[in-house]
Design a protein around this ligand. Structure first.
Ligand SMILES: [Zn+2]
Length: 480
C-alpha cells in the first residue's frame, strides 16, 4: 500500500522518524509521498527523501503559506522538481477556513501559478481544499485541457464535488476522517470509481479510528482501506491493491523505481548535496539534464542476419527448414521525436538490406531486397545520465523483393541499446547510439522456390523471416 499524503518531514516526527518509517514498512506500506508545505521545510524534506528509498515527494507551497511564494521560491520549486524522487507539484490549493493565514486573492494567484508550473513540467498536482469548492473547481476547470492530472486530497463529504472532480478526470484521496463516527462520507465512498481513488494519512493530522486524537503516522493508512472496503462491501485486499495501483499510475512510481535504480548508480547520489546555489553551480551537468531532445535526424549502419523459416506446403515429406544469411550490410536513417517525455522517444526508422548471398546457392536468382520501416517507442529509464540505456518496441512494415517478386508484411521490432549524449555548444545534441534491433515478420507468405536446378523443379513454401541487426546510429538534435 502507498500512503499518498503524509507530512512526516515536519517537527512532529523530528524525534522518532526512523521508528515511524520502520513501523510503516512493517505494516506493509511500500511508499510514502510527502507533499511539501512551505519553502523553509524544503531542505529537511530533501534530506529525508534522500535517506529512505521508500519516500517520494511533491514540491510546492500550501495555501496557508501562499504569502511566501515569490520568484525565488518558484525557482526553487523548478529546481527541486528535477529531483528524481519528485512525483508531483504541491501541496497547493485553496483554504478559506483558515483565510486569515493568506488572503483569498493571494491564494488563488499562487494556486494558478503552481498549476502552470506543473503543466509545464508535466507533473501531477496535489490539491488541498477547505471550504473553497466553488473557486477551486472553477480554477481547475480553467486549466483542464486534458493534460492536467490532479488529486483532491483529504476528500470531503460532498457528492457534488466528487461528480465535478470525476468529470474533470481527477483522482481523489481519502484520509482518517472517513473513519470518524460522525463521518458522512458513505455516499462519496460508494460512488467513487475503483480506478480513481487513493488512500492517505495526512500525518500528523487526522489519525483514523482507533487512533483518533493521537499523532497520525503512515502505518495507520490501512484503516482507510478497511473503511472503504466496508462501505463498498468489497474485499479489503482488493481495495489495497486497487488504491496502490491507482497511486503508482498517478505518480508514475514504477518508472521512477526503475529510473532511480540506474540513476543512483551514477551521478546523482554520490554527493551529499543540498539544493543551494553552490550545489547547482557545481553540478552543471545535472542542471543541463535531461539532454534536450526534440527532433533528431540520424543515419545508421549495421549488419543484418536474416533467418528465413520455410514450411513446405506442397510437399509434406520435406521437413521445415531455417535458412540464415549472415553479414549482410544494412543502411538506413531515423527521425526521432523526444517532445513527449524525458524517458520516451518516438522513432521512425528505415533500413535497407540487399541480400546477394542467395545467389551463391542459386546462381540464376536475383538478390533479395529487404526494406524495413520501423515505428518504435524507445524507453529510457535514466534519461538524465550522459549514457542512457533503452529498450525499443513497436510495429514494422517490411517490404521484400524476393527473386524479383514483391511482397510486404506487417512485423514487430524490438531492441535494446545505449545512447551516448554529446552536447555540442550552440548547435545541439549529438547521440551515438549502439543498439541491437530485431524485426519479426508476423505472418507467412507463400512463394515458389527451386528444389532442383536441371531440369528445374519448383515447389510452394510458406516463408517467414526475422532480421537481427546490431547497428550504430548517429543522431543529431539541433537546438531551436
Ligand atoms: Zn497536506
Amino acid at each position: 500500500m502507498i500512503d499518498t499524503h503524509a507530512h512526516i518531514d515536519t517537527e512532529a516526527f523530528a524525534e522518532d522518524i526512523d521508528e515511524v518509517i520502520a513501523r510503516a514498512r512493517a505494516a506493509g506500506v511500500e511508499h510514502i509521498i510527502i507533499p511539501a508545505i512551505e519553502p523553509n521545510g524544503y531542505d529537511n524534506l530533501i534530506e529525508l527523501v534522500d535517506k529512505y528509498d521508500m519516500l517520494y515527494f511533491g514540491i510546492g507551497v500550501h495555501p496557508h503559506s501562499a504569502d511566501k511564494f515569490d520568484d525565488n521560491v518558484e525557482q526553487r520549486i523548478r529546481e527541486l522538481a528535477k529531483h528524481p524522487k519528485c512525483v508531483a507539484i504541491g501541496e497547493m490549493g485553496l483554504d478559506y477556513y483558515y483565510n486569515e493565514l493568506s488572503a483569498a486573492d493571494v491564494q488563488k494567484r499562487v494556486f494558478r501559478r503552481q498549476i502552470e508550473i506543473a503543466k509545464e513540467l508535466g507533473k501531477p498536482i496535489i490539491v488541498h481544499n477547505r471550504d473553497s469548492d466553488e473557486d477551486l473547481i472553477e480554477i481547475l476547470k480553467e486549466y483542464q485541457d486534458g493534460n492536467l492530472k490532479a488529486v483532491l486530497h483529504c476528500f470531503p463529504e460532498s457528492k457534488e464535488l466528487l461528480e465535478k472532480a470525476m468529470d474533470l478526470g481527477f483522482n481523489v484521496s481519502f484520509t482518517g476522517n472517513i473513519t470518524f463516527k460522525k463521518s458522512e462520507h458513505k455516499e462519496v465512498l460508494e460512488l467513487v470509481p475503483l480506478d480513481r481513488f487513493m488512500i492517505e494519512t495526512d500525518s500528523p493530522y487526522m489519525a483514523p479510528v482507533p487512533n483518533r486524537g493521537k499523532r497520525n503516522e503512515p502505518s495507520f493508512v490501512k484503516e482507510i482501506a478497511k473503511k472503504i472496503s466496508e462501505v463498498k462491501n468489497m474485499n479489503y485486499e482488493n481495495i489495497l491493491e486497487q488504491s496502490t495501483k491507482n497511486a503508482k499510475s498517478f505518480f508514475k512510481i514504477m518508472m521512477l523505481v526503475l529510473g532511480i535504480a540506474l540513476f543512483t548508480q551514477t551521478s546523482y547520489a554520490q554527493d551529499d548535496y543540498r539544493y543551494n546555489d553552490e550545489y547547482i553551480e557545481e553540478e552543471a551537468d545535472y542542471e543541463k539534464a535531461p539532454y534536450p531532445k526534440f527532433i533528431g535526424i540520424g543515419g545508421f549502419a549495421g549488419t543484418n542476419t536474416i533467418v528465413e523459416s520455410q514450411v513446405f506446403i506442397e510437399d509434406s515429406n520435406v521437413p521445415d527448414k531455417n535458412i540464415s544469411y549472415e553479414g549482410i550490410s544494412s543502411l538506413g536513417g531515423t527521425i526521432t521525436f523526444g517532445g513527449l517525455a524525458d524517458y520516451l522517444l518516438l522513432q521512425v526508422g528505415y533500413a535497407y538490406s540487399k541480400n546477394t548471398k542467395v545467389q551463391e546457392t542459386s546462381p540464376g536468382s536475383l538478390p533479395n531486397i529487404h526494406q524495413l520501416i520501423e515505428l518504435s517507442s524507445l524507453w529510457i529509464p535514466n534519461p538524465h545520465n550522459k549514457i542512457n540505456v533503452f529498450g525499443a518496441i513497436g510495429p514494422s512494415y517490411i517490404m521484400n523483393s524476393i527473386n524479383g517478386v514483391d511482397n510486404s508484411q506487417i512485423g514487430l521490432n524490438a531492441g535494446v541499446g545505449f545512447i551516448f549524449n554529446v552536447p555540442i555548444k550552440g548547435a545541439g545534441l549529438l547521440n551515438f547510439t549502439a543498439e541491437w534491433r530485431l524485426n519479426f515478420e508476423l505472418s507467412a507468405i507463400e512463394r515458389e522456390i527451386e528444389v532442383q536446378a536441371n531440369p528445374v523443379v519448383t515447389t510452394t513454401i510458406e516463408s517467414k523471416s526475422f532480421y537481427s541487426i546490431p547497428r550504430l546510429n548517429l543522431i543529431f538534435y539541433p537546438e531551436f
